[in-house]
Design a protein around this ligand. Sequence first.
Ligand code: F58
Length: 794
Amino acid sequence: MTDIPTATDLRDRIMYHLTHTQGRGAEFATVFDWRLAVSFTIRDFIVTPWMAALRGPRDQGAKRVYYLSMEFLIGRILEDAIINLGLDKTMDEALALLDLDKQVVLDNEPDAALGNGGLGRLAACFMESLSSLRCPAFGYGIRYEHGLFRQRFESGQQVETPEDWLNQPHPWEFVRVDYSYNICFKGHVADVDGRAVWHPSESVQARAYDTPVVGWQGTWANTLRLWGAHPTTLFDLHRFNAGDYTAAAEPEALARTLSRVLYPDDTTDAGKELRLKQEYFLTSAALQDIMRRFLAEHGDLALLPEKVAIQLNDTHPAIAGPELIRLLMDDHGMDFARAQVLARGTLNYTNHTLLPEALERWPVWLMERILPRHMQIIRQIDADHAKTSGRPAHVGIIRDDQVLMGELAFIMAGRVNGVSALHTDLVKSTVFHDLHKLHPDRIVNQTNGVTPRRWLRMSNPPLTRLLDATIGTGWTADLDQLRLLEPHADDAAFRDALRAAKRANKVHLSNGLLADLGVKADPDAIFDVQVKRMHEYKRQLLNILEAIALWHRIHENPNGDWTPRVKIFGGKAAPGYWLAKTVIHLINDVARVVNNDPVTAKFLQIAYPPNYNVSMAEDLIPAADLSEQISTAGKEASGTGNMKFTMNGALTIGTLDGANVEIRELVGAENFFLFGLTAEEAAAEAATPGHARTAIEKSEDMKAALQLIAEGRFGRPDTYFSLLDRTWNDDPFLVATDFDGYFAAQRQVDAAYRDGPNWDRMAALNIARSGFFSSDRTIRGYMADIWHTVPAAI
Ligand code: F58
């Protein structure tokens, strides 16, 4: 930023917005008014780099990147913007001049919860890195009125309520009524002189809402453009005049349904049609917008791959292939072959999962009904691929009357990428085995990363101060500089300072846990944290069973030399995912019993704060000593939480899954607590009949834990009957097989934690070697290997 304001300037600007934008006098202003006034003040500083980022690439005819994602889990914006603009100190002073408590103002901002989990949070980190690296880019998504549901616990069980972040004015967005597009559905396709003409029977309008995303040091701000759905006809005046107000408002209600909710799950039948419509709504609006901009700047369609790179975040926007071909053929008169070549030169696809149930597929009849023209084009793409690739009969986009969106995305993409080294290997050898053999150069790896601005500088001030004082501030933009810390790992004074920084975060969290949950978390105990969506493959069950087994052992030897531990869980289960919800119930039941047990209370506490979200992650991760990354090997594509913990100085207990493999390689095997089967062994074990029973019979600890649940020590036994039955007789995610290894690794953790200086040394080395996991590195990889773009000149 060029014009750095003084504190009094900032104060005056805040007062100006309070008065003129909010229309409030200071004596009547609420925290909300102040927060908006501060946000508008900060937004003013973003507008200059934002305009430059829009004009520069246009004037230079530069290539642009378009990131299409159904989710952007951005969280709060204000503090991140203040820090990236370098205004944190000045703002502290300005707020002090106004007698305002900064934290109270910041905490007033609701989380923009427009995502489920890792995939959506990755998109948000990418937006920040794209701006920090000055890569000309747009993010395209949906402006959900209700983001991910809010979670409460009632008698230990998850209860969902709607999230309502847009119930209040959102100061960061600019609505662009002039950028609106019609999105059509249904109807029929006519043949007019050999050309297909789609006559849709439904349409809605997609309207652009823009949020600038400012990068580090405030020199560049790309646009996050979210689409809101509006009716193409406002309301039925005829019915209104006849007094039927409800029916008159129907077009509006129907249209708005499209951008109303973020799906927390893609497994339920209800809403399948709506989900497909949402995916097409996002994709078509984005592509129409991209084409408008491209034609205004370049004109010649042959230049499309040279000027436009589109990234599909998972298969959710995979209809982009047929849609781009449709636009080129039906609107621009191009033939299919040429349109397909241009589309493939422009589109790329990121895969985020190997779980078969999470791979999208749509019934042909549904696709035909909602998008009849696209179904024609899909058949054409499939037939062309069959002809040109010489593929075996069982490979293709349409199978068993279903459209396989992964296959469609793969076939229409120039590059397909996995999100960690292991995941990419598994993508090649499993889900896309046949397609990989046909197109051996198409799949590449881009290991995920996270932005160090939010996940270190913003969320961990004590550690940031220590890093800045020890190695300077250069790490913020060049995370590899954390390597400079390595020699300090052997310096007792540095280690003490590192311990003090961690302890400050633990004290802060401990106060919160006591106030919110009544859990007494001793800051000198190990803070052992597992936060992520609740899913069987992530194995929160393994963690809570270990807690039960430990509790049992402490009871057997209450005077033993146990290492005190606080286990902290966080995460939401999809509302229809019964088993995941049962595990939530179990964790809460166990917590209630264990926390109130006078024999074990000083050794073991369990906390499960409800409604885990980005803001909660910002409090929990900096306070963690131990990071739980315990998924069944081969199931977690990458993980990004694992990276955040490592750079905040937590040690990992984990399996060889996803990016854990790379974390362990980089931080050193001696600084990582490994357990469990490898992906290959896990696949073999899961196919072995009776594997769970065999493993449980061999494990006294696991047997005891299951027995305690069955006896009803934590809650009514019938609550857990099915869970226990599944664990004994099915256990597809190998909780039983990995249990003893996990239990033993946890005891190694206990022992290691008792040697404070050595633990601190390991933590220091984890931080020092975590530079690879910056999303700047990931984005540079996409730019070089997939998009073929370079940073813009200032
Ligand atoms: C996650 N996927 C992966 N999906 O599970 C994780 O390993 C990876 O680190 C991350 O992507 C980023 O690559 C994920 O978050 C979803 O949230 C689905 C969205 C659609 C509904 C079902 C969940």
